[in-house]
Design a protein around this ligand. Structure first.
Ligand SMILES: Cc1cc2nc3c(=O)[nH]c(=O)nc-3n(C[C@H](O)[C@H](O)[C@H](O)COP(=O)(O)O)c2cc1C
Length: 327
């Protein structure tokens, strides 16, 4: 039974729990807390400018000597990639596209590479380009969902084709029993996103965190509703008034959706977020945060409290070990 998650020669972690990149909800404190507790945290640098990305990498390094990751969604140009590598990020992950030659670039800086995939063919192509590990995303995932296949089905097939390269399971994992299940299936680690949104260090608005605690599995929906900023990419969210009104309009097209153009929240600096934006609400936004895009995976029903992320890593792995029968 795998216990340590080892990437390449140097990155070894004692608790094989990875924090998924969480877009604008990610903080250096969250990443460092997860990595410091023996898991691996992840920055989300897709929408960050190069100078700010270098600063974020430096802040995590100042907080912990442990390895951590930075993610780039390849639907967008990875503008901060070189800056992150030059700042010394030890592990990169890519999603929504295959990195191809970017793997060699990362390796030339000594960084390891993981690629999130949703098919065996995608995994194979990622491995052919030299990726050090694969992240296998199931349709249960919160946030933007590449996958159309249930996690357990896809995981079997990807592990079988990966020829010993570590495979990380992602999508709908909410507690230690879920983590134990994918480890028992042969995954080298579990990646959790929604669970870490409901952590003390995530930047999510308190009302969003509270709605995650109150929700059950049946409250998540895979939809194209919140397409502002990233069209043509399905996402799994909590049902809310914006989604219900849109569906009640017959899922009206862009330009004639209910409440389109409404400002739903305003940031401290005065930036406005409009209805149907893909931006989730962050702390200190004013307005109606629960009308925003509330990303959540199907494991949300297992989240009962907001916890410090380091405690989460330790407790999740302790209960996974119990479920595996080897405390
Ligand atoms: C709020 C939120 C933001 C996310 N942002 C990113 C991101 O920036 N890049 C990315 O590759 N995946 C992102 N994801 C998807 C995760 O990588 C991962 O596949 C997913 O969280 C796993 O499912 P779970 O949320 O059910 O644990 C995000 C997920 C959530 C919930």
């Amino acid at each position: 039974m795998p216990r340590d998650f080892v990437i390449g020669q140097s990155h070894k972690t004692t608790r094989p729990i990875l924090q998924a990149p969480l877009g604008s909800l990610t903080s250096p404190e969250l990443v460092a807390a997860v990595s410091g507790a023996g898991g691996i945290g992840s920055l989300a640098l897709t929408w960050t400018n190069p100078a700010a990305a270098a600063e974020l990498v430096a802040r995590v390094k100042a907080l912990t000597p442990a390895p951590f990751m930075a993610n780039f969604v390849l639907s967008f140009k990875p503008l901060a990639l070189t800056a992150a590598l030059e700042a010394g990020v030890p592990i990169l992950t890519f999603s929504w596209g295959l990195p191809g030659a970017l793997v060699r670039t990362a390796h030339s800086f000594g960084a390891a590479v993981g690629v999130q995939v949703s098919t065996v063919e995608g995994a194979q192509r990622a491995l052919d380009s030299g990726s050090d590990f694969i992240i296998c995303q199931g349709i249960e995932a919160g946030g933007h969902v590449q996958s159309s296949t249930p996690l357990r089905e896809l995981l079997h097939a990807v592990i079988a084709s990966a020829k010993g390269v570590p495979v990380v399971a992602a999508g709908g994992l909410g507690d230690g029993a879920d983590i134990a299940e994918v480890i028992a299936m042969g995954a080298s680690a579990a990646m959790l996103g929604t669970r870490f949104v409901a952590s003390a260090e995530s930047l999510a608005h308190p009302a969003y965190k509270a709605s995650l605690l109150a929700a059950g599995k049946a409250d998540t929906v895979l939809t194209g509703c919140f397409d502002g900023g990233w069209p043509y990419a399905l996402h799994r969210v909590l049902r809310n008034a914006t989604l219900t009104a849109w569906e009640s309009s017959g899922s009206a097209p862009v330009g004639s959706r209910p409440g389109e153009g409404d400002v739903v929240v305003t940031t401290l600096s005065g930036e406005v977020i409009r209805r149907y934006s893909d931006m989730p609400p962050v702390s200190q936004m004013k307005g109606d945060p629960l009308a925003c895009c509330l990303y959540a995976g199907t494991g949300v029903g297992k989240i009962k409290e907001v916890r410090p992320a380091g405690d989460l890593v330790k407790d999740l792995w302790a209960s996974a070990l119990l479920a595996l029968g080897s405390p």
